[in-house]
Design a protein around this ligand. Structure first.
Ligand SMILES: *Cc1c(COP(=O)(O)O)cnc(C)c1O
Length: 372
């Protein structure tokens, strides 16, 4: 007799603070009747997040995609922007929504991030900025990217949706570039149900971004730009304050899951667990493995085998952004321009990682990979 199937294990499951601890926050909102527009919880979360992350200024948004779009607006980015195909579609979509042309360049095999050597070759007179992604929370080659940006007079906006709490050489990776953009979506390490933020270096830039996310209003009668509605609500901000209290425990639990995978999958021929560089303090937002020719199954065969057993690993990032219909006709989207990204998108599998993943379920998953 086969055992009854266990409940499915998804690639992630949000960490949620206890509901009863959230009620007092809701009571305050019901008492003061301030639901949005930069209310007290919104202001408090901006301050506490900036302090926790070790960044100078932070502006909250209703989601990461609107934050990315507003980041481009705030720096008046136009023309062409050099970016990576190996990311979630929102990275490139934020450019198209601004009438900006994405120019895809290949990634580095060991970091999954944009290859600085490819950036220079893709610069044209229309290039105004670089939009790299700290993929899986692994820092980009920030020093080389900044050198290129300085040489060519380009802006750098980091899509840091995976990089909450990540440190690079002893300080927050979010302090690199002109702006960094976070997502607090339910699937991310720190979530506010939906949410996001732009990190910037000075108070004037923050003020401008704050205007842009509120229709362009600078005061009751002054509209300084064709802004959008990107504001985070008080409910989301209050929840973020509560979530922030538990974030260190969340990160520690993720680290333990990461260690268990690395030990369990240490000597499996054809399965590689890419290391995080020494100078990085990671957040364990994802656990990518590479399924290589030495393994008896292809990546897709392993993906199906795990699914059949109730383990929903994800092929992040397959297909590449450059494969989607709105991008694939672009010259930079050609597959022979992106060989490393193409190869990795066919080999990578992100295994389930989240604080409440039971060790016994994780061991069962590891056993499935070993038993092929
Ligand atoms: C999640 C994510 C986004 C979008 O964030 P939302 O808050 O869901 O809008 C953008 N870029 C990357 C790399 C992401 O993973």
């Amino acid at each position: 007799m086969k055992e009854a199937p266990r409940s499915p294990v998804y690639v992630t499951q949000p960490a949620l603070a206890p509901l009863e601890e959230f009620i007092p926050y809701l009571q305050q909102i019901w008492d003061n009747k301030i639901l949005t527009n930069g209310g007290p919880f919104h202001q408090q979360l901006e301050q506490e997040l900036a302090r926790y992350l070790g960044v100078p200024h932070l502006s909250l948004f209703s989601n990461g995609t609107l934050a990315l779009m507003t980041a481009m607006q705030s720096l008046r980015i136009t023309g062409e922007v050099i970016t990576t195909p190996y990311s979630f579609v929102a990275t490139a979509h934020s450019l198209l929504w601004n009438g900006i042309k994405p120019v895809f360049v290949d990634i580095e095999p060991d970091t999954f991030n944009i290859d600085p050597r490819q950036i220079e070759a893709a610069i044209t007179p229309q290039t105004t900025a670089i939009l790299p992604v700290h993929c899986y929370g692994r820092p980009c080659n920030v020093e080389e990217i900044e050198e290129i940006a300085a040489n060519y007079g380009l802006k750098v906006i980091y899509d840091a949706a995976h990089a909450f709490g990540v440190q690079h050489r002893g300080s927050s990776v979010l302090n690199h570039g002109d702006l960094s953009v976070l997502s607090f979506h339910a699937t991310k390490v720190f979530n506010t149900f939906e949410g996001g933020a732009i990190i910037c270096k000075d108070a004037r830039t923050k003020r401008h971004i704050d205007h842009l996310k509120n229709f362009g209003f600078a005061d009751e009668v002054t509209v300084v730009a064709p802004g959008i509605n990107g504001k985070m609500s008080e409910v989301n901000a209050a929840f973020g304050l509560l979530q922030l209290k538990g974030i260190d425990a969340v990160l520690a639990a993720r680290a333990a899951v990461d260690r268990r995978y690395r030990t369990g999958l240490r000597d499996v021929p054809g399965i590689e667990c890419p290391q995080v560089p020494e100078e990085t303090h990671p957040n364990h937002s994802y656990f990518p493995i590479l399924v290589q020719p030495g393994y008896p199954l292809t990546r897709d065969e392993l993906y199906e085998k795990l699914r059949a057993a109730g383990f929903y690993a994800r092929r992040y990032f397959y297909p590449l952004i450059s494969e989607f219909p709105m991008y694939r006709g672009m010259p930079s989207a050609r597959r022979d321009n992106l060989p490393v990204a193409m190869r990795l998108s066919l080999q990578v599998l992100c295994l389930p990682i989240y604080p409440d993943l039971p060790a016994e379920r994780q061991d069962a998953l590891i056993e499935l990979i070993l038993s092929v």
